[in-house]
Write a protein that binds this ligand. Structure first.
Ligand code: SAH
Length: 349
């Protein structure tokens, strides 16, 4: 608790001394504090992710990785790279499924939270950790997976005011953190199509996500391999704020408790696809998580699991529904593939 107070207090002092801070600064520090201080996943935490719903999610990803690796000629050595692996559940389920096809990659995790690194180490004696992608090996093909990673990276927002476009900042109003418009003109940073939008319009970008996608694509083009990016997001550029805070599975005001709630924004897959393409990767998708999982055979897997443990058939059916139904995680969650120019396309698209 005192750590949380001190983050809010640090923000307050900074804002009092130098004026409002950027939303990106606010989100980056709040999330770094948040992930370093707790395990946010699961029923007792703040949110649940697909790998925590069912082993079937990781298994389908493991089958996808093994399939593309085999059709690429089974290069060895090969890396398994996961960005933001949470508790390590996806990595364990996916590598177990991939091992049945003879795929035994070197494991590299990109993770900043010491607490979550600890959780990820279970069953992964040879895993290596990195603070960011820059220290990953650069001479070996990589199979990369990121589930609900890009959504946690800091966004930037621009807001149209009667005086023109401004950066959306975080200030203190009546003692509380609140969004305020900065005073420097930002019109040049706004895409042509949105310049004349009405006052109050917000344009959101995520330079950090674009930089990560660019590095993945550049590495794939140079090293070979394939990547699966899975997140909730949108396929065409849009306006409006998608910043949200989750705490104990409920939505909260993102400015109420910095460092004490998970701050995320929807992923702009349109920009991600453009960036990846420009950096030399081939792109497939995005498409809905439900359609992709069904194409990978999750229905058959669910039936087999239910047959071998009938007592769990109800729970397995519920998990299948949760992962794939359009009203649950099946449509808002998108799956996008990046692949090296000389690798085959992955399955399921
Ligand atoms: N992929 C997991 C966890 C998602 S939560 C799952 O699906 O269950 C987001 C994960 O990204 C956490 O592991 C968090 O610690 C990590 N993370 C968030 N921001 C990060 C950053 N800037 N660099 C590295 N890891 C980050």
């Amino acid at each position: 608790m005192s750590d949380t107070l001190s983050l809010a207090e640090r923000f307050r002092r900074l804002i009092a001394a130098t004026g409002p801070i950027s939303l990106a600064h606010y989100m980056a520090e709040a999330n770094a504090h948040y992930y370093a201080s707790r395990d946010p996943l699961g029923v007792g935490g703040d949110f649940i992710t697909a790998p925590e719903v069912s082993q079937m999610f990781g298994e389908m990803i493991g089958v996808w990785l093994a399939d593309i690796w085999m059709r690429a000629g089974k290069p060895e050595p090969v890396l398994y790279v996961e960005l933001g692996p949470g508790r390590g559940t996806l990595a364990r389920d996916c590598l177990k499924a991939a091992a049945r096809f003879g795929l035994a990659p070197q494991v590299h995790f990109v993770e900043t939270s010491p607490l979550l690194r600890q959780a990820q180490s279970g069953g992964m004696p040879a895993a290596q950790w990195h603070d960011d992608l820059s220290t990953l090996p650069d001479d070996v093909p990589m199979l990369l997976v990121a589930n609900e990673f890009l959504d946690a990276l800091p966004i930037r927002q621009l807001v149209k005011t009667p005086q023109g476009w401004r950066e959306r900042m975080v200030g203190v109003i009546d003692g509380d953190f609140a969004p305020v418009a900065g005073d420097r003109p930002m019109d040049a940073a706004v895409p042509e199509a949105f310049r004349e939008a009405e006052a109050g319009t917000i344009v959101e970008t995520c330079p950090a996500a674009a930089a990560v996608v660019e590095e993945i694509a550049r590495r794939l083009a140079a090293q070979g391999g394939a990547a699966l990016l899975i997140d909730y997001g949108y396929d065409a550029v849009q306006t409006g704020s998608t910043l949200q805070a989750l705490r104990a599975h409920r939505h909260h005001d993102p400015f109420a408790a910095p460092g004490d709630a998970d701050l995320t924004a929807l992923v702009d897959f349109a920009t991600a696809a453009q960036v990846a393409h420009r950096a030399g990767a081939r792109v497939q998708g995005p498409q809905g998580q439900g359609a992709w999982l069904h194409a990978m055979g999750i229905g058959t897997r669910a039936a087999a699991l239910a047959q071998s443990s009938p007592a769990h058939a109800g729970a397995i059916a519920a998990a299948l529904e949760r992962l794939t139904h359009p009203d649950q995680m099946g449509a808002l969650f998108r799956v996008m593939e990046l692949v090296a120019p000389d690798w085959p396309d992955g399955a399921g698209f």
